[in-house]
Design a binder for this molecule. Structure first.
Ligand code: SF4
Length: 229
């Protein structure tokens, strides 16, 4: 067994337990966390790509009110969709989202797929979004590694750095095995930790709920430090 995988074996269960407990108490109440509607989850994930949560909230609510179902978006005027996206930037996301809605209606009977491999074939869907939709809409135990999650995993389990593939492997080992609300919560929680505590700017190890289960946190415990990555 390599040292990397032994870190996950040794500390993974405690990391997961602590993270979930923290998230239950401190996770933000965000509109897309109150739903399991797959189409609504897809909209939120497209909007959140490279855009801050605080900025997305209002856009998400307006978008869902105007096109509450995947069928509504599939037949919407593209110009109107673009207008509604104005201010969020990266307009290609809006075009891809509408194209995705059309493919879902035409090829999947209006049901967003739940299999990450099938999701990956939809317009605008990369590996992260496929895992996020499978997990956040269907509570599947799929890893979903965005920038925040990759940072947390590297600091916690690969303190000397690791290629992307190794980070995905670790994420897959950490996600609870069974489909259900815990798989959903784990992916939300690790993202939340990366957004609020283990940020790109600073790792707040002194405040971090998983510090005793984290390779960097065990070295930096007790103070706010910038760990070397
Ligand atoms: S202990 Fe520090 S490095 Fe580890 S996850 Fe928490 S904030 Fe990040």
């Amino acid at each position: 067994m390599s040292r990397k995988s032994s870190l996950v074996v040794t500390y993974g269960p405690d990391f997961r337990r602590r993270l979930l407990r923290w998230f239950r108490r401190h996770g933000r109440d965000l509109p897309w966390r109150r739903t399991r509607d797959p189409y609504h989850v897809v909209v939120s994930e497209f909007m959140l790509q490279q855009t801050q949560v605080s900025r997305v909230e209002a856009y998400y609510q307006r978008f869902i009110s105007e096109w509450p179902t995947v069928h509504d978006l599939a037949r919407a005027e593209p110009e109107r969709v673009r207008e509604r996206w104005q201010g969020l930037g990266y307009y290609r996301r809006a075009a891809n989202l509408q194209r995705l809605a059309q493919v879902v209606v035409e090829q999947h009977e209006g049901r967003v797929p739940d299999d990450p491999e099938v999701l990956l074939r939809l317009p605008g869907v990369g590996r992260y979004t496929a895992g996020a939709v499978a997990s956040f809409a269907y509570e599947r135990p799929a890893p979903a590694v965005d920038t925040n999650v990759a940072r947390v995993i590297r600091r916690a389990f690969h303190p000397r750095g690791a290629p992307e593939a190794a980070v995905w492997t670790t994420a897959a080992l950490l996600v609870p095995r069974r489909r259900g609300p815990t798989a959903w919560a784990f992916n939300q929680a690790i993202m939340e930790l990366g957004a609020l505590i283990c940020t790109a700017r600073v790792a707040r190890c002194g405040l971090c709920p998983v510090r005793t289960a984290c390779a960097t946190g065990r070295r930096f415990v007790g103070a706010e430090k910038r760990p070397r990555l």
